[in-house]
Design a protein around this ligand. Sequence first.
Ligand SMILES: C[S@@+](CC[C@H](N)C(=O)[O-])C[C@H]1O[C@@H](n2cnc3c(N)ncnc32)[C@H](O)[C@@H]1O
Length: 246
Amino acid sequence: MDSIPANRRLWNQISGAYQHKHDQRIGAAPRLWGMYSIPDADLRALGDVTGKRVLELGCGAGQWSRALAAEGAAVVGLDLSEAQLHAAAGAMGANRYPLVHGSAEQLPFAAESFDLVFCDFGGLSWAPPHLAVPQAARVLNRGGRLVFNVASPWFEACYDEAAGRVTTTLQQDYFGLGTIAEGDGATSYQLTYGGWVKVLRGAGLVIDDLIEPRPGLGTLNGYNETDPPDWAHRWPAELLWVTHKP
Ligand SMILES: C[S@@+](CC[C@H](N)C(=O)[O-])C[C@H]1O[C@@H](n2cnc3c(N)ncnc32)[C@H](O)[C@@H]1O
């Protein structure tokens, strides 16, 4: 299915409100992963990026990209939404990096252009993984890494749509995960554990780690209500995949 037009429309519509609500938290410090803002210093997923060519797939307002540019990476921020790119351009600061309008499904880069491709609830949550993962693999150098954070199947299967929160009751079939309707035709994507392994290996990538970020007790989810509040301390809310191209 082609979710590009509807996802572009959605993110252009919500960009202002989204940044108003979340920018401060996402950008509070460099390298904060996911819904619970867990420092990469604790998770050790990304490694040293100094001098590396880095692509962020779905960079949003560029909170991650500008931090990596400041560390000395040659970063490119790609996003489907013009409004999100506008926000990234406005927040760029002294360490300039290029912003590219495009989609994770059809990356406008030559093969083997990057040492690291990554995202945090970006292009690999908002583009069909069976299209976006092979694209990411294509633009990676040999030895280059694809690192990305997405919601876990646990989190999605326990999401109570009517109540608007994650609970301890299974609400949706695990094997029924795949696409999530985000309104007005916009779609996000969610694979099972086996589905991710199949797509990653199918694109020729080697899985080095699957980190399950675990927030400390009392750490707030900046995006979704959970019941109980310490849900993600007890069950994995996110999957942080670390892979490389052999
Ligand atoms: C939740 S934000 C992630 C960005 C940042 N890490 C954050 O947490 O705000 C999702 C981003 O993915 C972008 N996006 C949606 N569909 C996309 C696609 N098919 N290709 C690339 N980016 C896409 C959206 O425009 C949005 O900026």
